[in-house]
Design a protein around this ligand. Structure first.
Ligand code: FES
Length: 162
């Protein structure tokens, strides 16, 4: 079976240069796209947080988190959510057997990769095997900055109004 290259279609030096240039341009665009995507994904997975020790860490200013934001700190295993009633922090640790959950932005839900439990962004169980909602954690405002305390569980409906 003949391949296209075997057909030996007439091709002058200018045409070859043009093809090389376009191939180089395409490769460069692909490389830039891949690098940009990697930076965005890395930035998404690890937001800027300032560790204060003892389970407390600063998240940032509230105005940096518009309504509907679900900020994920995988290192801290915490979500910080700006919901309609205010801000709150959720533990990302699944209440079934302790796997670290993940947020699915498209579906606006939290999913456990281990056994498939799902939670809404308020932490309520939407499908098992987990039967208990995600723990809500202390979230306070200090000097204009949101501070999470992972060692301080709070009530399930606690929100911080700012
Ligand atoms: S540990 Fe999350 S569903 Fe089992």
């Amino acid at each position: 079976m003949p391949f296209v290259d075997d057909l030996r279609l007439p091709c002058d030096e200018d045409e070859l240069e043009r093809r090389r240039f376009l191939a180089l341009l395409g490769s460069g665009a692909l490389g830039l796209t891949a690098a940009g995507t990697a930076v965005v994904v890395a930035r998404y997975l690890e937001p800027d947080v300032l560790d204060e020790g003892d389970g407390r860490f600063e998240v940032g200013r509230p105005d940096a988190l518009p309504l509907g934001t679900v900020l994920v700190s995988r290192a801290r295993k915490v979500y910080v959510v700006h919901g309609p009633r205010g801000f709150y922090a959720l533990s990302a640790v699944c209440t079934h057997l302790g796997c670290v959950t993940g947020h699915e932005p498209g579906q606006d839900r939290i999913v456990c990769p281990c056994h498939g439990s799902t939670f809404d962004v308020t932490g309520r169980v939407t499908s098992g095997p987990a039967t208990t909602r995600l723990r809500r954690l202390s979230l306070t405002l200090r000097r204009g900055v949101l501070v999470v305390d992972t060692g301080q569980p709070v009530g399930d409906d606690t929100v911080l109004e700012v």
